[in-house]
Design a protein. Structure first.
Length: 399
């Protein structure tokens, strides 16, 4: 989501004459798009600002834009602490970023219409914000409640991206499968996006388990353009902890959803938080056992990080060494299971969308290495010959 937001903000800058560079020394302006989901992310953004302070001292005409979720959370305090900031633009203001630039007087007015991102893979934001209130999570307060974009606007956006060369589209939203616009459900939207000429694969992230209904599966099961990958955050394997997190499902319900998705060919990855304040050793064991049962092919695991203003931040923290030990155990288990999941792909036939000359991703989101080079953006059909760690190797390729 942040990558998509950065791209959108960059396109507004580009319409005002900006050219992208990764080299700080040759830049006249820096856009810092920030995350605040864990404390560590915010720290990194602020320590980068420390570096930028020196950069700006070398030439006071240089411009710093601080945007995104940390900007939203820290708000006005930022300009007091960092008076050298030119623009602070919070996550809730992304739709008005062009106005923010114009009002700042720092950029010349737009010289051309805002372009669409080009490339064989493109993002399309379909909703912003979140209506849940998971007790550990800062997102609803920095991104606000759900706002779904009108279906027509999304279809138009994807059509423009397809005309600019996109073959794969990634639909984005904080609880992406809660999408609803009038009579158009998320499943309807997936199907309609996949019908746009040029679109060969549709991905989405991140869904919430409770919106995966039998109706959803029924609606997407015969559409091969919908990628067979779902990133489905579980957060914990203990029903007790899930209740305290206010996730809205039990361990059993989550496993049922996973099973139903897997029966329809979807590969599942997840997010897990270890060390939620009330997590006991038994709760953690429940997470390990859920991970073993669910056959995830990948899992992003995080140590719980208290976020000011969230209900869980009031609770007594577990000692850091407990969090570290649990994270370590979980990561080891995830690595082993992930390697097994890669092994299970051997012998299957896959369609690989090339992201590099000899590497691309299958519909299930597994990385595949081809034996020869193809143009980036080509779809290559192949058999999976072998797996090494979390990389598959192809044979009998043809594009
Ligand atoms: N501490 C640790 N991890 C968190 N996440 C969200 N909030 C926190 C927090 N306070 C994780 C969740 C979510 C992912 C984007 O970040 O696993 O799915
Ligand atoms: Fe945060 Fe929960 Fe919303 Fe996900 S569903 S963004 S974890 S509040």
């Amino acid at each position: 989501m942040n990558e998509a937001d950065s791209e959108e903000m960059f396109l507004h800058l580009s319409a005002r004459g900006a050219i992208r560079t990764d080299n700080l020394e040759e830049a006249d302006a820096v856009l810092v798009n920030t995350c605040t989901v864990r404390d560590h992310a915010e720290h990194r953004a602020l320590s980068f600002l420390g570096r930028l302070m020196k950069w700006k001292r070398q030439n006071p005409n240089r411009v710093i834009i601080f945007a995104g979720c940390a900007a939203q959370r820290l708000g006005n305090s930022l300009k007091k602490r960092y008076p050298f900031l030119n623009i602070v633009s919070g996550a809730k203001e992304i739709e008005h970023f062009a106005d923010t630039l114009d009002k700042s007087g720092l950029f010349s007015p737009a010289q051309k219409p805002t372009a669409v991102a080009s490339g064989f893979s493109a993002y399309a934001t379909i909703m912003r914000g979140c209506n849940f209130n998971c007790t550990y999570c800062i997102v609803p307060s920095v991104r606000g409640p759900v706002k779904c974009l009108p279906t027509q606007d999304i279809l138009q956006d994807v059509t423009r991206k397809a005309q600019a060369g996109a073959k794969e589209i990634m639909l984005l939203g904080q609880t992406v499968n809660a999408y609803q616009d009038g009579n158009t459900s998320f499943a309807d939207l997936l199907n309609r996006v996949s019908e746009i000429p040029g679109i060969e694969r549709v991905r989405f992230t991140s869904p919430h388990p409770i919106y995966f209904t039998p109706q959803f599966l029924q609606a997407v099961k015969d559409n091969p353009k919908i990628a067979r990958h779902v990133h489905l955050p579980v957060q914990s394997g203990s029903t007790k902890v899930l209740r305290e997190m206010k996730r809205g499902y039990t361990r059993e319900v989550f496993l049922e959803k996973v099973q139903a998705l897997q029966e329809h060919g979807f590969n599942i990855s997840t997010d897990i938080i270890v060390g939620f304040p009330t997590e006991t050793e038994q709760d953690f064991e429940q997470t390990l056992s859920l991970v073993a049962k669910a056959h995830f092919f990948a899992a992003y695991c995080f140590k719980y990080s208290p976020r000011q203003g969230t209900p869980a931040a009031q609770m007594q923290l577990l000692p850091q060494n407990v969090l570290e030990k649990r994270l370590d155990i979980l990561l080891n288990q995830v690595r082993d299971l992930s390697e097994h999941a890669y092994q299970r792909q051997i012998g299957t036939t896959q369609e690989v969308l090339m992201e590099e000359p000899t590497k691309g991703r299958s519909s299930g989101n597994f990385w595949v290495q081809t034996s020869r080079a193809y143009p980036v953006g080509n779809m290559v059909r192949c058999e999976i010959d072998r797996a090494e760690g979390t990389l598959l190797f192809a044979r009998n390729e043809h594009d």
